[in-house]
Design a protein around this ligand. Structure first.
Ligand code: ZN
Length: 391
């Protein structure tokens, strides 16, 4: 850590070390008040370390050089924007220490520069603590966490999803990363969640010198990248039908199996209209062919053909199904995740000719068909693949 208290209870920060101002030890941790040591290395940044870190409630020492450098670089970047940041500000009311704290246009922000993996629960709890104090937390992950196995193909760790934020102008969403060594922000815009470990996304890099405050706070204006994963998606649908699937290990399998059983069918015979990438789909941990089947068979199928229904009715009924039977991600910065994903899927269903918009709402215009064989199912998949990706 960069900040300690002197014997006179003065804050001493080493983020930009000044050898001329160097009060003598002892120094104390601002959180646990135990004695800390000043480490004035030649290779590592100057910082403080606990003598006995295991007794402190608010530290995960040894702190990595990457974490120290990230905080220092973000601090300098904020200064360059005319913002007065406080490094490692301790907030007694919530017992949290923000890596960086600042006020911009009347709003308080806390930056959490996260390098190591933590649990989703920890991320959500920290987020809620800050929000309870009207502080907006900005989760900025180390760029070393960006894992890409192929172009547009990324592996996003479970807790990183909690930092997903929405662009004010058009609702597009991104996760923010930062590289202290190259002074670059990265914005990862998910396009389609393929499996729990594979996400297709657009990644944009912005040098700190070219990044304004509003770009960081509200996400930069970007254009969606070209889709190059259409065929991989079709291949995935084939796997969902023909192979043993990961749904077998999931808690939502009981519900979906029962749902299909009520149609004298089974999961591999899911409708061709289910299992497509739609906007906002990161909301679900349940695979897309399952939650879309649930929406089709348990919600839409109960509404009569050629009768207008309201979007909000579907959202309300689907919300009930989700709470009882499906798995979603906690996305604390996303305002209307369910409305967005339902609208996204309605758009896909309209492309496939299942529903259409009316003056007063929506209308089903085609019965939902469950394929009788796997081959028939995959034949439908290939047909709708054209409508989804090429129309
Ligand atoms: Zn301490």
């Amino acid at each position: 850590m960069f900040v300690a208290l002197t014997q006179n209870q003065q804050r001493l920060s080493l983020v930009i070390p000044d050898p001329s101002v160097n009060p003598s030890p002892p120094y104390y941790c601002p959180v646990c008040r135990q004695e800390v040591m000043m480490k004035q290395g030649t290779k590592r940044r100057w910082h403080f370390a606990h003598l006995q870190s295991n007794l402190c409630t608010d530290t995960s020492e040894p702190e990595t050089e990457e974490h120290l450098t990230g905080k220092a670089e973000l601090y300098k970047w904020l200064l360059s924007k005319g913002v007065v940041p406080m490094i490692e500000r301790f907030l007694p009311s919530i017992q949290r220490r923000a890596d960086l704290f600042f006020t911009y246009q009347g709003q308080d922000y806390a930056i959490e520069f996260q390098c190591a993996s933590i649990s989703t629960e920890e991320t959500i709890t920290r987020t809620q603590d800050y929000l309870s104090e009207n502080i907006i937390p900005l989760w900025i992950y180390s760029s070393n966490r960006i894992r890409s196995s192929a172009p547009s193909r990324f592996s996003i760790h479970a807790f990183e999803w909690s930092g997903l934020r929405e662009r004010y102008t058009d609702g597009h969403r991104a996760i923010t990363y930062f590289s202290p060594s190259t002074s670059t922000f990265f914005f990862l815009f998910p396009r389609a969640v393929f499996t729990s470990t594979i996400t297709f996304a657009d990644l944009y890099a912005l040098q700190t010198a070219d990044t304004s405050m509003s770009m960081l706070l509200q996400l930069p204006a970007t254009k969606a990248g070209r889709i190059i994963w259409q065929n991989q998606w079709l291949h995935k649908k084939k796997q969902w039908r023909y192979e043993r699937n990961d749904w077998r290990s999931q808690t939502d399998r009981y519900y979906t199996r029962h749902l299909f059983a009520s149609y004298q069918s089974d999961i591999p015979f899911f409708p061709g209209e289910a299992g497509w990438p739609v906007r906002g789909m990161e909301y679900f941990e349940t695979p897309p062919h399952l939650w879309q089947s649930a929406l089709l068979l348990d919600v839409l199928a109960t509404l009569p053909l050629y009768h207008s229904f309201s979007f909000q009715t579907v959202v309300e009924v689907f919300s009930f199904v989700i709470t009882s039977h499906l798995k979603t991600r906690s996305l604390p910065f996303i305002t209307t995740p369910l409305e967005t994903i339902t609208a996204g899927y309605f758009n896909a269903l309209q492309k496939m000719g299942s529903i259409r918009q009316t003056k007063t709402g929506w209308m089903r215009i085609k019965p939902i068909h469950l394929p009788r064989s796997l081959d028939e199912g995959f034949h439908m998949d290939k047909k709708w693949h054209q409508s989804i990706f090429y129309s």
